[in-house]
Write a protein that binds this ligand. Structure first.
Ligand code: CU
Length: 137
């Protein structure tokens, strides 16, 4: 009895396998929006989040990121000051405005958040960042 049931089950499963093959795995897409990328970036801290002030952010003037792939696939991001979300593992303790830092920026245009800093270290105070000189300098 049990043997008969097993045989029937095995036969049924064989039937399903042969008549309804599983769909092939989707081919890996080359769409940049679904590719997670990370960039090592240097910059200077312009603003730090202040506890109790939700509008305050981690703001960094970052160097040009030549290999950056934008949401539309465009290559490169110029130097600019912008706010960055950061992961819970990133400690900002001991950092001050004006500090020069190197950070890992993880970008996933198909994810949430779209981008965030996942690692950040302070650079030596005499680090020369590559910023365009301000007009008149
Ligand atoms: Cu930017």
């Amino acid at each position: 009895m049990i043997v008969a049931m097993l045989a029937a089950f095995a036969g049924g499963s064989y039937y399903l396998r042969t008549r309804n093959p599983a769909p092939a795995p989707a081919p890996k897409t080359l769409n940049p929006q679904s590719e997670a990328k990370s960039y090592t970036v240097r910059g200077r801290i312009e603003e730090l989040p202040v506890p109790g002030q939700p509008s305050s952010t981690l703001q960094i003037h970052h160097e040009e990121i030549k290999s950056f792939v934008g949401r539309d696939g465009a290559l490169g991001m110029s130097e600019m000051t912008m706010s960055f979300p950061y992961s819970s593992g990133v400690s900002l303790g001991g950092l001050s405005i004006g500090d020069e830092v190197e950070f890992l920026l993880e970008v996933n245009w198909g994810g949430s958040p779209l981008y965030q800093i996942t690692r950040l270290t302070r650079l030596p105070a005499d680090t020369q960042l590559n910023f365009d000189p301000a007009p008149g300098n």
